[in-house]
Ligand binder design. Structure first.
Ligand SMILES: [Zn+2]
Length: 173
């Protein structure tokens, strides 16, 4: 398996609604490519925690996350609950790594998913993992962080973001 090119903002495939995973064994090579691509991004950018299959050109409902040394391979994830309480953050994306977007996410979420064998599981998360999950779930429906910009002051290039906002709460995907 290998790291693949990450689709960039402007590629129409990023706007597609991904299809459910049906053949779990056949999806395994794609999962390995997602893992390799995430690791390559981490190696070249110094950050990176999550990626969706559509970002490497495969519009299926598969998310791969590495968060605090735990790996999550979420097939066909669905939200069961999102908290009404929200928070604001500066978000970024492998598909536009030099752009930051100020947006709002739920503080906590709960979702159900299937693992590599098609076995069901549940995941509850708050804070940084919660907003990461919401970001990756958006990809499955063709929604990008730029769509959620709060207002016209909510976009910044990475150098300008670093210059202005580095002292506040930023996050890296
Ligand atoms: Zn993204």
């Amino acid at each position: 398996m290998a790291a693949r090119r990450i689709l960039q903002l402007g590629d129409p495939l990023l706007r597609e609604v991904s299809a459910p995973v049906t053949d779990f064994a056949a999806t395994r090579p794609l999962l390995e490519d997602l893992r390799d691509t995430l690791h390559e991004f981490q190696r070249t950018h110094g950050f990176g925690r999550g990626i969706s299959a559509v970002q490497i050109g495969a519009p299926v409902r598969l998310i791969y996350i590495e968060f605090e040394r735990v790996c999550y391979a979420l097939h066909n994830p669905e939200f069961e609950w999102l908290s009404a309480e929200t928070f604001e953050l500066w978000d970024d994306c492998f598909s536009f790594p030099d752009l930051l977007v100020r947006l709002r996410r739920s503080v906590s979420v709960r979702l159900k998913y299937l693992d590599e064998q098609g076995v069901g599981g549940k995941l509850e998360a708050a804070g940084a993992l919660s907003e990461l999950l919401q970001h990756e779930m958006d990809h499955l429906d063709g929604i990008l962080a730029v769509d959620r910009a709060l207002d016209r002051h909510s976009l910044a290039t990475r150098p300008e973001y670093e210059r202005r906002f580095r002292h506040t709460n930023g996050t890296h995907l």
